[in-house]
Write a protein that binds this ligand. Structure first.
Ligand code: FAQ
Length: 312
């Protein structure tokens, strides 16, 4: 069959809500689009361990330390599911990591902000994982089978992460005036960067039109951002904090909250490598990767040895 014919059949399959599987025919552009998105998603999970890892040794109780450790380990697991999903598209782990290290591949802007206080760990779990869930629940219905199935599992774990963060914020908001102020300060610093996680406005989003046609994305950047704002406002009210946006108000006609404009200069600055922690995050990742070379070499040597003995 000609490519054009195959593309028509491919689109019909997507329109029938059938999943595309690794060995199915797919347009090269669909494969590349998925490799870009899934690998960047995987990098985000792994780089996202750094701002939280910063607080493991300073968690205020044994319970909070154990919970935080479990959450961070989950993020490593999410990275592994996602790298594996991307590998089914014919890219290797080395290729993906090289692209990250050479700054050809991005990771989520949010992880370039520092975690200055324990309340920031609350804000990350509550807002960052909260935003991630809104996006990932939608991605459970993505058209590529391995990505979709990975998302189902990841979403289950993310909801525990979100509650872990919300619990920290709720406790601090009901604590001493200093603790409440710390919680409010964390909300003030993480609110706008959390809204940036959903990407540029639909009108400025380079990849959205194709992603929607191929059902890689099921909802647009702006639709998901709106969902996140609507669900988070009530949670903020319950714990008595204030969203740092004077333009936030309920719009009866739309049935949604209106909210202020994101600082897009800041967003583009961060995603082009100039945020507060970009350099630190990347150099830490490279160092950890280099330090782990002996583990990869040992695993390869073991695999070779095992293969030899099976062959014998
Ligand atoms: N940061 O045309 P679009 C987590 C880039 S959750 C950095 O709209 P697209 C859990 C975009 O890549 C966070 N770059 O792009 C966790 C593109 O550049 P490119 C990860 C961004 O793909 C919690 C350009 O701008 N979640 O890790 C951002 O259609 C706590 C044009 O943008 C995912 O990755 C941004 N915020 O939509 C872990 C979800 N926004 O690639 C640890 C899957 C846009 O051409 C601790 N990904 N860009 O160089 C997606 O849903 C989509 O890729 C979007 C962007 C929505 C992120």
């Amino acid at each position: 069959m000609e490519n054009q014919e195959l593309e028509i059949l491919f689109q019909q399959k997507i329109d029938r809500e059938e999943k595309i599987e690794p060995k199915d025919w797919m347009p090269e552009a669909y494969r590349k689009h998925l490799i870009r998105q899934i690998s960047q998603h995987a990098h985000s999970e792994v780089i996202g361990m750094q701002p939280e890892g910063n607080w493991i040794t300073r968690a205020p109780s044994l319970r909070s330390k154990v919970v935080l450790l479990a959450k961070i380990q989950d993020e490593a697991g999410h990275g592994l599911y996602l790298y594996s999903a991307a590998e089914t598209l014919g890219v290797t782990r080395d290729e993906m990591l090289n692209a990250l290290h050479e700054e050809r591949a991005k990771y989520s802007s949010i992880f370039n902000y520092p975690t200055l206080t324990w309340a920031d760990i609350g804000a990350v779990g509550w807002l960052v994982d909260g935003a991630a869930i809104v996006n990932q629940v939608s991605l459970q219905r993505t058209s590529y089978g391995p990505y979709s199935r990975g998302m189902v599992r990841i979403c289950k774990e993310e909801s525990f992460h979100q509650r872990q963060g919300y619990e920290i914020m709720a406790h601090m908001a009901q604590g001493t005036p200093e603790q409440k102020a710390m919680a409010q300060d964390a909300l003030n610093r993480f609110w706008w960067p959390s809204l940036m996680m959903f990407g540029p406005h639909d009108s400025d989003s380079a990849h959205s039109a194709k992603a929607m046609r191929w059902k890689i994305k099921r909802e647009t950047n702006d639709e998901l951002r709106q969902k996140f704002v609507d669900k988070t406002v009530q949670q903020v009210e319950v714990i008595g904090l204030t969203i740092p946006d004077p333009e936030l108000k309920w719009n009866e006609e739309k049935g949604h909250y209106d909210f202020g404009e994101i600082n897009w200069d800041e967003f583009y600055n961060v995603i082009s490598g100039n945020g507060p922690c970009n350099k630190q995050r990347l150099s830490h990742h490279k160092k950890a990767h280099d330090n782990g070379a002996w583990v990869r070499e040992a695993a390869e040597a073991y695999a070779r040895k095992k293969q030899k003995s099976v062959a014998a």
